[in-house]
Design a protein around this ligand. Structure first.
Ligand code: CMP
Length: 143
């Protein structure tokens, strides 16, 4: 079954949106298989956002994501990567439609509430950066 990495960013944690965000994905029928509240070290932030290194906003991005706790998650489900991206909404606030997480809660391109992997390759890479294999659980989803 497909897995993806997502995290509620420091602005989402500070605004007490963790429960609402988790609830949306649960209601959709996706399954949480890993989660932790953590403060990201600068070295991990630089690795995670490696593809943006050199862009004008890279410093700001690393500074923000390490500024407070994030809620890191691994979700599992049929087509979870594409579905979660649709549910998060576009990165640019003006393009994030109402009904999406960013569309309903976000106003800024940097402080945009949530991150989610954009491809199977980035999901595998990001899950590996944030979680050890033994931190992910398997369970019967049909109960
Ligand atoms: P995210 O999905 O976490 O992946 C890369 C992040 O870079 C993105 O969300 C935005 O928060 C951030 N980002 C993209 N463009 C800009 C920008 N112009 N200024 C600041 N942050 C940006």
């Amino acid at each position: 079954m497909e897995k993806t990495f997502m995290m509620v960013k420091p602005d989402g944690v500070q605004r007490q949106l963790i429960g609402k965000i988790v609830s949306r994905f649960e209601s959709k029928g996706l399954h949480l298989v890993g989660a932790k509240l953590m403060q990201i070290p600068v070295s991990l932030a630089e690795q995670h956002y490696g593809e943006h290194n050199g862009k004008p906003f890279f410093g700001e991005l690393v500074e923000f994501i390490t500024s407070g706790p994030v809620f890191a998650m691994v979700w599992e489900g049929e087509n979870v990567i594409e579905i979660s991206r649709t549910m998060m909404g576009k990165t640019k606030p003006a393009e994030a439609l109402p009904g999406t997480i960013r569309g309903d809660y976000g106003l800024f391109v940097g402080k945009n509430i949530i991150h989610g992997s954009d491809s199977p390759e980035s999901a595998e890479r990001e899950i590996g950066l944030f979680f050890k294999a033994e931190e992910l659980v398997e369970y019967d989803k049909d109960i």
